[in-house]
Design a protein around this ligand. Sequence first.
Ligand SMILES: *[C@@H]1O[C@H](CO)[C@@H](O)[C@H](O)[C@H]1NC(C)=O
Ligand SMILES: *[C@@H]1O[C@H](CO)[C@@H](O)[C@H](O)[C@H]1NC(C)=O
Ligand SMILES: *[C@@H]1O[C@H](CO)[C@@H](O)[C@H](O)[C@H]1NC(C)=O
Ligand SMILES: *[C@@H]1O[C@H](CO)[C@@H](O)[C@H](O)[C@H]1NC(C)=O
Ligand SMILES: *[C@@H]1O[C@H](CO)[C@@H](O)[C@H](O)[C@H]1NC(C)=O
Ligand SMILES: *[C@@H]1O[C@H](CO)[C@@H](O)[C@H](O)[C@H]1NC(C)=O
Ligand SMILES: *[C@@H]1O[C@H](CO)[C@@H](O)[C@H](O)[C@H]1NC(C)=O
Length: 386
Amino acid sequence: MAFTKYIVPALAIASLAFADKSCEGDKTIENQEDASGLSSCSTWDGDITISNVVNSGIKIDGVQKITGSLISKNSSITELSASKLATIGDSFTINACTALRSLQFDSLTAVKFVNFEALPKLQSLGFTKGVSKANRVRITNTDLTSLTGIELEDVSDMEITNNPHLTEVNVNQITNATGYINFAANHKDLKISFPNLQSAHNMTFRNTSGVSIPSLEKMDGLLGFYSNFFMDFSASNLTGTGDLVFADNSNLNNISLPVLKTVKGAFQVANNTNLKAIDGVPKLQTVNGALDFSGKFNKVELPGLKEVRGDTNIQSTESFGCEPFDKFKSDDVIRGKLTCREKQTKPKSGTDSGSDSSTSSGAADPSAQAPAGLLIGLLGTLQFLL
Ligand SMILES: *[C@@H]1O[C@H](CO)[C@@H](O)[C@H](O)[C@H]1NC(C)=O
Ligand SMILES: *[C@@H]1O[C@H](CO)[C@@H](O)[C@H](O)[C@H]1NC(C)=O
Ligand SMILES: *[C@@H]1O[C@H](CO)[C@@H](O)[C@H](O)[C@H]1NC(C)=O
Ligand SMILES: *[C@@H]1O[C@H](CO)[C@@H](O)[C@H](O)[C@H]1NC(C)=O
Ligand SMILES: *[C@@H]1O[C@H](CO)[C@@H](O)[C@H](O)[C@H]1NC(C)=O
Ligand SMILES: *[C@@H]1O[C@H](CO)[C@@H](O)[C@H](O)[C@H]1NC(C)=O
Ligand SMILES: *[C@@H]1O[C@H](CO)[C@@H](O)[C@H](O)[C@H]1NC(C)=O
């Protein structure tokens, strides 16, 4: 009885708050006055959009939660802050705001989708407390030098591309990445370390100087490395992947996957001009797709191989010995077609056009990113003209 006595007024207050029509709907902010008008709303139920007429700084004080999105597209906003805002229920979208120099979000910890694009003057995030919860993070074409402030535990999709000054990211706490992780065309010194990542779905890394995934055990989609600058790659706990690709990593001279047993898709190694030996996969047993190695290597060792269901293509400028592969073929370890060629002037990968050993696997390089800085360059010019 005593309990209901307290709960009824509490409910009454809650429903009163809900009925407060002044704190809901889709709000467009055209100036600081509009923004200040929201200060009595601890929760804003709906979207808040910064109008593209805004050309100065905007402070949204008081609001602790936005149930919908916070959006600024194509405005000349210079600064955006919201000191109390902790949660954005849907997206935090800032797109083509070429004058935006500063974000200050001291309390922000949870956002469904961080979506930042074409922010050529934005150099830091100002997420003081650190966003630890986000389903998706997409940051492309910014001037950010670090992603300090994005400190996720789990994430589904993470796309960090074309940030030419980005040298630092913190993905230390991520243990499970369920979607698509893509890093491309950031600063060439960017090294990415996932010290706690155990499982992932689909990850591609381009133009980085290092990728560390020491605890990763299993992937079910693509693990792809394209045009990176590192010399060594190792994943000491990785037992299985979907497709596995190392392409165009010009300094790479050592691939070490000591416990890799199963590649459910294709395994492709191509155009890594300094890779002399492919001998770092001693436990590899099964490749369900194609096995496709081309390059300048003089050694290929696959001592644990039991089954390749797709075609096998091995071609090098050097001699490496085709006999073991002929034996794999006659022993029916290699189920598909075998193409083994030594001392080729132009070794071909199974996916190169004109190659006579066609593979049907999905190991082809998914579309490369637009060149770094192109959009920023264009926007910069536009702004200069204005
Ligand atoms: C951006 O805003 C400017 C000026 O308000 C307008 O002329 C332009 O068409 C807008 N561009 C886009 C892509 O919305
Ligand atoms: C990772 O997340 C997926 C989807 O939420 C879940 O099914 C899986 O069990 C998780 N894996 C680990 C190792 O936590
Ligand atoms: C970045 O990677 C892409 C895709 O692999 C490649 O086309 C491009 O040349 C690379 N850029 C640099 C600077 O390495
Ligand atoms: C690798 O796996 C082993 C056995 O499961 C585990 O004890 C070890 O901590 C893992 N290493 C890393 C760096 O996570
Ligand atoms: C990985 O994700 C990318 C982007 O969503 C997609 O194009 C590609 O097909 C995916 N690959 C695999 C093997 O899941
Ligand atoms: C390749 O890297 C692995 C792991 O880091 C190391 O154990 C091995 O000695 C290296 N091989 C060569 C030839 O440097
Ligand atoms: C290897 O490089 C050549 C020449 O740049 C290119 O035509 C080919 O598509 C590349 N192959 C792969 C699998 O990256």
